[in-house]
Write a protein that binds this ligand. Structure first.
Ligand code: 13P
Ligand code: SF4
Length: 359
């Protein structure tokens, strides 16, 4: 897809872009709702009506029925979820349509259907419920809706696991292996009842006997930002600064979450940082824009990223600039909005509504 904003916005100063957004907000009032994920650039988060984690933002999209236009500064699956949860007359926009999520792309509908067919062939699908991480395409959410399944985010994965295990013995989770594994471990599922379906291999690279016995079937997807963090980084930090606190996102590997002081969604991480007393040293295992915003907001605390390499950037979250946002709010009628076909929307909506109910 080709996408470019015009010179009018590319050549404008930050102040001019901010003014364009403010004028649009003033003119449209409640008819315009700007949502921003915690990983957005500081200047974009600054002008949003709400900044939140993916759960909270989907909730806002479902609650603000007065907003005719929802501009979602985040990545594609988030805007798509907002579109599914919003009312028919509301219109949802992603200011930079190129902003995707590589982890979401690791679960392709055909590949997931192939895994499901294997579960049917070995006779266990009736005793299995699919659970998709929010970071997935709408068609996969629809598959969950059809199969008694639901969606979760990092803030309600344990509640979603409980929902499934109250009904059946087996849970099929995609696309994030690490969030699935961490939640399974917190839920008490032992290693010998967990298998990982590797979509690059024949029959997931799992022997059918293990698949039959497994209670938790994970998908071999991951987030390249969060897998940068390692347990050795925590050990090195604690050796030098025993009082330092470490807070990480549950998309990190098990060894990392096991050794951190606290683990949770982006909203949880923000709250955790806010609650620490002045002077606390806090190493954070998540995306750099959230960390930089927190460091800017709390200069009395020493907030830094855990790996020490300044590398955890989500390039897709970073794509959305003030120029993109200004362009979107000034051309709402003509800018391409997010559209989900109605059949997919109905089934995906079922799965998302189950998520909102179990939170
Ligand atoms: P949250 O649901 O915690 O905001 O996380 C979304 C995400 O994509 C993290 O990488
Ligand atoms: Fe996707 Fe990772 Fe970026 Fe989150 S941080 S949007 S999981 S690539």
């Amino acid at each position: 897809m080709y996408f470019e904003v015009s010179d009018k916005y590319r050549q404008a100063t930050d102040e001019q872009l901010r003014e364009i957004v403010y004028q649009a907000k003033k003119k449209m009032g409640d008819r315009l709702l700007i949502l921003a994920h915690h990983y957005q650039r500081l200047e974009v988060a600054d002008v949003a009506d709400f900044v939140g984690d993916s759960y909270d933002l989907s909730l806002k999209a479902s609650q603000h029925k007065e907003a005719e236009y929802i501009v979602f500064c985040g990545v594609h699956f988030m805007a798509e979820s907002a579109e599914i949860l919003s009312a028919d007359l509301q219109k949802v926009y992603l200011p930079n349509p190129l902003a995707g999520c590589p982890m979401a792309d690791m679960a392709d509908l055909d590949d997931v259907m192939m895994a499901w067919k294997t579960l049917q062939d070995i006779g266990v699908a009736d005793n299995t419920i699919p659970l998709s991480y929010m970071n997935s395409a709408a068609a996969l959410k629809a598959f969950c809706g059809r199969q008694r399944g639901l969606i979760c985010t990092s803030s309600n994965a344990q509640a979603a696991f409980k929902y499934v295990y109250d009904k059946v013995d087996k849970l099929f989770f995609f696309p994030d292996e690490h969030l699935g594994y961490n939640t399974g471990r917190w839920f008490g599922i032992p290693d010998n009842e967990i298998v990982v379906w590797d979509f690059r291999q024949e029959e997931g690279g799992i022997d059918l006997e293990s698949l039959k016995k497994a209670r938790l079937i994970l998908w071999k997807g991951h987030c390249h930002v969060h897998t940068n963090f390692k347990a050795s980084q925590i050990a090195d930090l604690k050796a030098k600064h025993p009082d330092a606190k470490v807070v990480v996102h549950p998309e990190c590997e098990w060894e990392v979450v096991k050794n951190a002081d606290a683990v949770g969604s982006t909203k949880f991480i923000v709250n955790y940082i806010e609650e620490q007393p002045a002077g606390t040293m806090i190493a954070v295992g998540t995306e750099i824009n959230l960390i930089n915003r927190m460091a800017h907001q709390f200069p009395d605390k020493k907030i830094f990223e855990l790996s020490g390499m300044k590398c955890p950037v989500c390039a897709n979250m970073y794509r959305t600039t003030m120029a993109d946002l200004a362009n979107t709010v000034e051309s709402l009628g003509s800018f391409d909005r997010i559209v989900v076909p109605s059949a997919i929307k109905a089934e995906a909506g079922l799965a998302l509504k189950r998520m909102l109910e179990v939170h």
